[in-house]
Design a protein around this ligand. Sequence first.
Ligand SMILES: [Fe+2]
Length: 355
Amino acid sequence: MAVSSSPVVAATAFGSSARVVLVDDEPANLSILRRLLARAGYEHVRAFAGGEAATEHCLDAPPDLLLLDLHMPGTDGFAVLQALAHGRTGDGHFPVLVLTADLATDSRLGALAAGADDFLTKPVDPLETLLRVRSLLSHHELHSALIEDRSRLETLVQARTADLERARTEALEQLALASEYRDDETHQHARRIGRLSRLVAERAGYDEAFAGLLERAAPLHDIGKLAVPDAILLKPGPLDPGERSEMQLHTVRGGEILGGSRSPIMQLAEQIALSHHERWDGQGYPSGLAGAAIPDAARIVALVDVFDALVHERPYKRAWSVGRAIDEIASRGGTQFDPELLDVFLSLDHEALTS
Ligand SMILES: [Fe+2]
C-alpha cells in the first residue's frame, strides 16, 4: 500500500487532537496506518495488535475513533464491538471504522449490527482511508459538541430554576410577613405554622412533596386579614356579632387574594386560607364544610393555628402553657378537629411543638 499525504484530507483542528485507536493483528498494517495518519496530522494515535487490550483501553478512555480489524486470532473485531456496545452508548459514543478483507455480506451485516459505523476494504486505499477517517471524526465532533451544549444548557436550566425557586420562596415569605404585620409583632407566627404543619403532615404519612408545599403555603393562611380593619383586628376585647362576621371574612378574602393561580403552592395556600376555620363537625366558617370535605391541608393548619394561638400572647389573652393548650386541643377532637390528625398531633413531643 502506497502511503501519501494529501492536502485535501489533512486533519481538521479537531482531527489533529483526535484520539485514534488502531487494532490489527498484522504489524505491517498497523505501521502503514500509523504513518498515514501521522502524515495527515493526527498526533494521538494508539495501536494495538490484539482485540482484548484494545477493548480495555477503549472502555477505560473512549477514543474519538476506532479503526478495527474484523478477523483476528483470539478476541476478534466482532467480540470487540460487542464488548464496547455498552461503553459506546450515550455520552461514551465513538465511531468505529472496520477494516476487513472479508467482503461477505453476512460479515458486513454482522459488524453493522454490532455497532460498526463504516467499512474499509483491505488492502485499504490511503486517500479513501483518510477521507473516511476525517468524515467520521467530523460527525463525532458534531455529536460531542451537541452533548456538550446539552449538558451546558441543562446546567444553566438547573441554575435558573434554582434562582426562580429562591425568588418564589422569598416572595411567599414576604407575603406571609405582610399578612401578619399588624397583629404579630414578632412576625414568627406564620413561620411556626409552616414548620409545625409540615411536622404533622410528615408524621401523618403524607409524602414529602405535600409536606414541603404545606410548609410554604401554610404561613399565608391569614393573608385575608389584610382586608380586616384595624379597629376589629387589633381590638383588645371581645368582638360584637357584626365585627365577628367581618373578622370571619378574612377566610374568603384570603381565598380571593390567592385564587386563580396555576401554581400548586398557591392553589394549596388558597385552600388553606379559605378553609382553615372550618370545623370537623361542620360548625365552622365560611362554608360549614364537615369531615373529609375540608381539604387535608386546611384540617392540619386548623389544629396547628389554634395551638400556636393558645401558647402565645394575643391582644385579648395571655399565653397558655403547652400542657394546658394540649389539653384544650385534645378536648376538641371530633368536634372542631379531625380526630386522626389530632392523634398525630398529640403524639408529637413538647419540644417538637414549641421549638
Ligand atoms: Fe385565620
